[in-house]
Design a protein around this ligand. Structure first.
Ligand code: ZN
Length: 291
């Protein structure tokens, strides 16, 4: 998946016993993820940061608030450098979490809140939620269908989130799980990278072919030719760093050095296969089809 699709903002509320006790999760890293919605249509992630930053009466909080503009962590989750801490997002009397996961959600899970309604664009907020959950599952090796649970599933008599906010956007919890699974499977478009030339092949061609050829050119006063071998050595070093090799360079090395060496090895009854292997290594770096 694309680990950098959206930025994660981290703006932590102060440690206070009723919102951010400052203690680590008992599991170290999160064991499961509780999907909530804020139950507060139109209120943004920023609005919830301000609310929980000042809130002193209720014992309640959550780690992350996601709207159509941002993913805002207000209590450390472990997605960044700060280790995951506890938040109070599921009431203590609920036992479903212990039955399902062996832990109290407040001790072992992240509470992830979807902001919705009002001027919050559902599709943009939902896409961020999907990506964030996928990132968490990928990061801690969890399976969306077993490690993401809605608040409603944990506390069905009292709670309707995250299902109610999803429904407002025409989605179900099943859709969310499927979309998170699909997000995890999306391939990141890889940067064009060439196969690296093995370091031993690089060293061998430089020492056995390029350096003697350059030396001979200098001895004959052929400065241009010596400069060519210097460029060739630089290109071979770049190929070993994964930058590819010009085709003409690969052909030169194969015809001027590897082929003669291959024939010489054959004629004297020595193993010639190493020269085939090296020739193929140069071909791969230059994008030349293998024989
Ligand atoms: Zn909730």
């Amino acid at each position: 998946m694309d680990l950098n699709k959206y930025p994660i903002e981290r703006r932590y509320i102060d440690r206070r016993p009723n919102v951010r006790p400052g203690t680590r999760l008992v599991t170290g890293s999160p064991a499961f993820f509780v999907a909530h919605d804020t139950g507060n249509p139109g209120a943004t992630a920023d609005a919830h940061y301000r609310y929980f930053d000042r809130q002193t009466e209720r014992t309640a909080s959550a780690h992350v608030f996601i709207d159509d503009k941002r993913i805002l962590e207000i209590i450390p989750t472990g997605t960044g450098a700060d280790p995951a801490e506890r938040a109070y997002h599921v009431v203590r009397s609920v036992k479903t979490n212990n039955e399902l996961y062996g832990y109290d959600a407040n001790h072992a899970a992240l509470g992830i809140e979807l902001c919705f309604g009002g001027s919050i664009v559902f599709a943009a907020a939902y896409a961020r939620l999907v990506w964030y959950l996928a990132l968490c599952c990928a990061r801690w090796d969890k399976t969306p269908s077993t490690h993401i649970v809605s608040h409603r599933q944990l506390d069905p008599t009292r709670k309707r989130d995250i299902d109610q906010a999803l429904a407002a956007g025409g989605k179900t919890l099943g859709d969310l799980i499927r979309d998170v699974t699909a997000e995890m499977a999306t391939a990141v478009r890889p940067a064009p990278s060439m196969a690296k030339l093995p370091a031993d092949v690089r060293d061998h061609v430089i020492v056995s072919y390029i350096q003697p050829a350059r030396h001979a050119a200098l001895q004959h006063g052929l400065r241009e030719e010596a400069a060519h071998y210097e460029r060739l050595a630089a290109n071979v070093r770049a190929a070993a760093a994964g930058e590819g090799l010009p085709k003409s360079n690969a052909q030169e090395i194969i015809y001027s050095w590897l082929s003669p060496a291959w024939f010489a090895a054959k004629e004297s009854g020595r193993d010639s296969s190493r020269y085939n292997q090296m020739a193929n290594a140069f071909r791969v770096c230059a994008g030349i089809p293998l024989n």
